[in-house]
Write a protein that binds this ligand. Structure first.
Ligand SMILES: *Cc1c(COP(=O)(O)O)cnc(C)c1O
Length: 731
């Protein structure tokens, strides 16, 4: 409220409470405008307490919530719920956090101070209210920048703004996946137009052989990190191109290469318009690998370098991370698509069509080879890495022919294993427990092994009770979702009622939440139905299963699998011991990983590059039961979870699947189930709780995004930016 407003009103109505009401509303909006709040449990609880039901209905979006509430209504709620001091406290904390310069990054990555890392990713999974991610890759990017913020590693992030995001999943009466896209309301998001160094909203323009593509740029704050998102929905673009960035991974090859042009080349131009000069570039997966070509162009233009010289310099500053262990998973484009979209840039670089295509080919002269984004990423970077130790081996083998003169061990692709952002995935109740058990500043030091040793001092009964409280919350959540699903599908009142009462808190609960790609084998446990039914219905020691996950819209077999599993609820043989929660997203994932006893992961080895959901489970006291693939191959030590099989695979998928299923049944019957139900006089499963402690103590720090960021900073970012070199434990 401006002063003018005040002076025109009769003095009697201008009460101090009215003034503070709008100030209070502004303060709440200021807190909601930095995504820092998403990993502060107290601030989450604060927003929830303003209106718990709307909070849930609005996907936990505080801006949408606040926009519905008049300042007066908010002030009224604040006094009813005693929120004033909590709001002031949160506001102060955010201020202190963003102002604090004494960070790990300031000490260990000082060279990046004036020239930050530019981190490129096609998706960012930060929170459920911001649907610009599809799955693991996006959530990893979100966790990466949150930890960069926490550690104070100077970093700016670049991505695309999808106004329809990724689809929401609904199952029809037949249990078949239907994809629904919703328009995001920009006014409900914590974004604003990015402003250039000369004070105007930034507009990036990209020349193709056919037309000029335009993109505006949004800015978002994720703690201390700025995230810039390019958006093609602007006047001046053709109606079709205005939808270019509407959906994540929507459309055909042409849409894809155009999106990747905007992300890579457009992203580099946006940074320049912002006046940001990156010291290093990090390409998270190949989608942004056109970006370095624009860096080369700028360097040729600014410093009058030759193409070759500029290329060497750019590669020195570029870090590339590959995520895909399957050859078919890498983006490839035909020559004419590349020429149409990169042609004008190629002219400026002064290179021929053949030279450009050669950069994306394993054999530069081979005209039959298409342009591969991973190949160009590898060629334009001096440091490249896979995302787990095993994936490092697979990647070196897969790309060995790029360096035919080297033996496999010397292929220059290392690994940095993925990790998760602890404060985002740790349940509030568990955090309270850690606050009592771990050293006082553990939240700053969560990437250090020593900090987590202290978990051995926890009272087993307390750990068990905390876990069970979280398990109950998961069951409440599951029942609510299932009854809603059931009602929406028009099922009988009896069916809706039954959904309200499914699952039993005393039964061993196994969760499986992930993309329904066939290699992840969601149905492995269904290989032998008699054996599965015996496990589900054992009179003394039964199990129950919670599934969730989306299939890619074009993945028919994946959708069939969902149908098979979702419909098993109505199969009398299973009798409600198997349920499927629709619309797997960050929120569903969070509930599942916080509440399960066991997290099941049974991909066909070695196709899971890393996997991160199991790392989230560790933090909350669940135990992993997994094939020795991805991160688990290096995490499992015999006593901190359970392994399925011993890490071998057969050339025949059919035989591999049979053996893995057999091993899965065996470990469930022989180890997991007996250990869970073996109770002492106090009703505690002593051996199980010991395993929970082993899991937290040995894994939480190693598979944290803080550890991951420290690895990237020390071994990639700092040397790429010209700081003191530190040898990578590449392998
Ligand atoms: C953590 C997470 C993932 C990644 O899990 P995986 O182990 O790679 O399957 C995927 N989707 C969501 C919503 C997540 O939160």
């Amino acid at each position: 409220m401006s002063q003018l407003d005040l002076s025109t009103k009769p003095a009697a109505t201008v009460t101090s409470s009215e003034l503070s009401a709008s100030a209070l509303h502004d303060k709440c909006l200021a807190i909601a405008s930095n995504l820092w709040w998403t990993w502060q449990p107290e601030v989450n609880n604060l927003f929830r307490d303003i209106d718990p039901i709307r909070w849930r209905q609005l996907d936990h979006n505080p801006i949408a919530l606040l926009r519905e509430l008049s300042p007066e209504r908010l002030a009224q709620r604040a006094s009813e719920m005693v929120l004033y001091s909590r709001i002031n406290h949160a506001f102060r904390q955010l201020k202190e956090y963003t102002a604090n310069k004494q960070t790990w990054g300031a000490t260990h990555a000082g060279v990046l101070g004036a020239r930050p890392v530019a981190y490129f990713s096609a998706e960012f999974g930060i929170h459920e209210s911001l649907p610009i991610y599809s799955g693991g890759l996006g959530v990893l990017s979100g966790d990466h920048i949150k930890s960069a913020s926490g550690l104070g590693v100077p970093l700016v992030a670049v991505g695309l703004f999808y106004d329809q995001g990724y689809f929401r999943q609904r199952l029809d009466e037949a249990g078949y996946q239907v994809e629904e896209y919703q328009d995001t309301k920009v006014e409900n998001l914590p974004i604003e137009p990015a402003i250039s160094s000369d004070g105007k909203p930034i507009m990036v323009s990209l020349q193709t052989r056919q037309e000029t593509l335009l993109a505006k740029v949004w800015k978002m704050l994720v703690g201390r990190v700025e995230l810039y998102l390019l958006d093609c929905d602007v006047e001046g673009n053709s109606p079709q191109d205005r939808h270019l960035t509407s959906r994540l991974y929507g459309g055909d090859e042409r849409t894809r290469i155009r999106q990747e042009l905007v992300l890579g080349v457009g992203g580099v131009r946006a940074l320049r318009a912002l006046g940001i000069t990156p010291g290093a570039y990090h390409l998270n997966e190949g989608h942004s690998a056109f970006g370095p070509l624009e860096v080369v162009r700028q360097s040729m233009q600014d410093e009058a370098h030759s193409f070759d010289h500029a290329l060497r310099e750019t590669a020195q500053r570029t870090v590339f991370t590959t995520h895909t262990p399957v050859p078919a998973g890498h983006d490839r484009f035909d020559g004419d698509l590349v020429e149409e979209h990169l042609g004008p840039l190629r002219d400026e670089l002064g290179i021929s069509y053949e030279q450009l295509m050669g950069l994306g080919r394993v054999e530069p002269q081979n005209e039959h080879e298409s342009f591969c984004m991973t190949v160009v990423g590898l060629k334009l970077s001096r440091r490249a890495n896979a995302v787990s130790s095993l994936h490092g081996h697979v990647s070196r083998r897969m790309w060995a022919h790029l360096w035919p003169w080297r033996v496999e061990e010397e292929i220059p692709i290392g690994h940095i294993t993925n990790g998760v952002h602890v404060p985002s995935w740790l349940a509030w109740q568990m955090r309270q427990l850690y606050d009592r058990i771990l050293p006082a500043n553990w939240i700053q030091r969560m990437g250090e092994a020593e900090v987590w040793q202290h978990i051995q001092n926890v009272d087993p009964g307390e750990l068990w009770e905390t876990h069970n409280a979280l398990k109950n919350l998961l069951l409440v959540f599951t029942r609510r979702r299932l009854s809603r699903q059931s009602r929406r599908r028009g099922e009988s009142d009896a069916a809706v009622d039954a959904a309200r009462n499914v699952l039993d808190p005393n039964i061993l609960t196994i969760g499986f939440g992930r993309r329904f790609a066939t290699y992840k084998r969601a149905n492995l446990l269904f290989q032998d139905l008699d054996r599965l039914c015996a496990l589900l219905h054992d009179s003394e020691r039964p199990i129950q299963l919670i599934f969730a996950g989306k299939a890619h819209p074009k993945d028919e077999p994946g959708k069939k699998l969902i149908q098979e599993i979702a419909n098993s609820r109505h199969n009398p043989r299973f009798n409600d011991r198997i349920v499927f929660i629709e619309d797997y997203d960050v929120n569903v994932c969070r509930h599942m990983i916080q509440g399960v006893d066991v997290w099941l992961n049974n991909p066909r080895r070695p196709l899971e590059a890393s996997g991160t959901s199991g790392q989230k489970v560790v933090l909350n006291g669940g135990l992993n039961l997994s094939i020795l693939d991805g991160w688990w191959a290096e995490a499992y030590n015999g006593e901190n979870g359970f392994a399925i099989g011993n890490g071998t695979q057969h050339v025949s998928d059919e035989i591999t699947d049979q053996r893995d299923a057999e091993n899965l049944y065996n470990v469930l019957e022989g180890t997991v189930i007996p250990m869970f139900y073996d109770r002492d006089d106090d009703g505690l499963p002593k051996a199980w709780i010991q395993r929970m402690m082993n899991s937290i103590g040995t894994l939480a720090w190693r598979f944290s995004a803080h550890r991951m960021l420290m690895d990237y900073a020390r071994t990639c970012y700092v040397p790429a930016a010209g700081g003191l070199s530190c040898d990578m434990n590449f392998r």
